[in-house]
Design a protein around this ligand. Structure first.
Ligand code: PLP
Length: 418
């Protein structure tokens, strides 16, 4: 860090400022986590220098003996941890992994059935502003009005009606378990490929806290930077029969040279995730999310679907007459970072939204458990109700911020000793 400070004090200030932000506030973004010093060390290593187009043993560049080892470790650890026949560790991101999965199994114009973006699906699941909606014909399934759970009858009807070439299970803002066996059955009925986008919950699968999609899916894509607590990036798991198609789709179809420092950091995160401490962490992430959702319900914030089975909860704020955007701003002023989110059948736009999404990966990494979740819920509920455009609201948000500071001082992100 001394070298960075000497060469570029402005960027050094940004890096320190971000560390202060992480240490000084409560991080409730469901898709974020706090990587270990070991993961950060691999990311900040000389492996960043190396060009390594191709795969271990078959590169288009010399000098790959060390990075080959890193990639082989990432691949073998992923296969072992998830019980997968094949793994590809090169996707730069979740979106790249998804593009590669489409490319491995589909032709432009093919039909894809996936979850509606407005109800929790991801941009890469058929949005018109994304390759998935522009180059493929996308059909969306939704959640039921009454239960706010995936409507499997509707998924089946749509599959029978549209005969999609691929069905995608997995989402960005769905708090409940996905029934992978049901999706498999529907996919088999119509002869579709089943892709599971496990970006959000793969870390819970790694820790054995929720069931795995791997035995059911033809292909599983995921990001390594959410609950899994690795570097920003993506990975793909598949059966051996699809290995060649998937590898060719990642390189050379979607990407050029892999980022070998990131691949090495993925290997580190996968090693960490195979430890018993990580399994305990994954279980606590879910226990914390449940405790947080229940406590927020007690404060009048309605958890969509009544609660959660995962690391995240979606809270509907309509009864409080507060928008998601207002809630996000108010929480930010109280040093609580979370995001506004559409709730199912939300009449508002995504920029305003009627809900917020909260997640427990970061807080759990910081050692918080159920008692702290009760405190977090109380602070979030107070912040959401404090009208930041009034003096009284500003004072209330400052008071909440002071309590947040006390809480995170007891459970610091990146403790100063490390
Ligand atoms: N898939 C899902 C379900 C996601 O939630 C996300 C990101 O939030 C992605 C894919 C894309 O990941 P990335 O931002 O790394 O491209």
């Amino acid at each position: 860090f001394a070298a960075l400070r000497a060469t570029d004090p402005e960027i050094a200030e940004v890096v320190l400022g971000e560390l202060d932000r992480l240490r000084g506030g409560l991080q409730l973004i469901a898709s974020e986590n706090l990587t270990s010093p070991a993961v950060l060390a691999a990311l900040g290593s000389t492996l960043s220098n190396k060009y390594a187009e191709g795969y271990p043993g078959h590169r288009y560049y010399g000098g790959c003996e060390q990075v080959d080892r890193a990639e082989e470790l990432a691949v073998s650890r992923a296969k072992e941890l998830f019980g997968a026949e094949h793994a590809n560790a090169q996707p730069h991101s979740g979106a790249s992994a998804n593009l590669a999965a489409y490319a491995a199994f589909l032709q432009p114009g093919d039909r894809v059935l996936a979850m509606d973006l407005r109800q929790g699906g991801h941009l890469t699941h058929g949005s018109r502003v994304n390759f998935s909606g522009k180059w493929f014909q996308s059909v969306s399934y939704t959640v039921r009005h009454d239960t706010e759970l995936i409507d499997y009858d509707q998924v089946r009807d749509l599959a029978l009606g549209y005969e999609p070439r691929m069905i995608i299970a997995g989402a960005t803002a769905y708090p409940r378990l996905v029934d992978f066996a049901a999706f498999r059955e529907i996919a088999d009925e119509v002869g579709a490929v089943l892709m599971v986008d496990a970006a959000h919950f793969v870390g819970l699968v790694a820790g054995g806290a929720i069931p795995s999609p791997v035995p059911h899916a033809d292909v599983v894509t995921f990001t390594t930077h959410k609950v899994l607590r690795g570097p920003r990036g993506g990975m793909i798991l598949c059966r051996s029969e699809h290995a060649r198609a998937v590898d060719k789709a990642v390189f050379p179809f979607v990407q050029g040279g892999p980022q070998m420092h990131t691949v090495a950091a993925k290997a580190v995160a996968l090693r960490e995730a195979a430890r018993p401490e990580y399994a305990a962490y994954a279980r606590q992430v879910v226990a914390n999310a449940r405790a947080l959702a229940d406590a927020l319900a007690g404060h009048g914030l309605r958890p969509v679907s009544g609660g959660t089975d995962t690391h995240l909860a979606l809270l509907d704020l309509r009864a409080l007459d507060v928008t998601g955007a207002e809630a996000e701003t108010r929480c930010e002023l109280a040093r609580i970072t979370l995001n506004k989110n559409l709730v199912p059948y939300d009449p508002r736009t995504p920029g305003t939204a009627s809900g917020i999404r909260v997640g427990t990966p970061c807080a759990t990494t910081q050692g918080m458990a159920e008692p702290e979740m009760a405190v977090v819920a109380r602070l979030v509920a107070r912040a959401v109700r404090a009208d930041h455009t009034t003096g009284a609201g500003e004072r209330e948000l400052a008071a909440v911020a002071a309590e947040v500071a006390e809480l995170v001082a007891e459970h610091p992100a990146y403790p100063r000793t490390s």
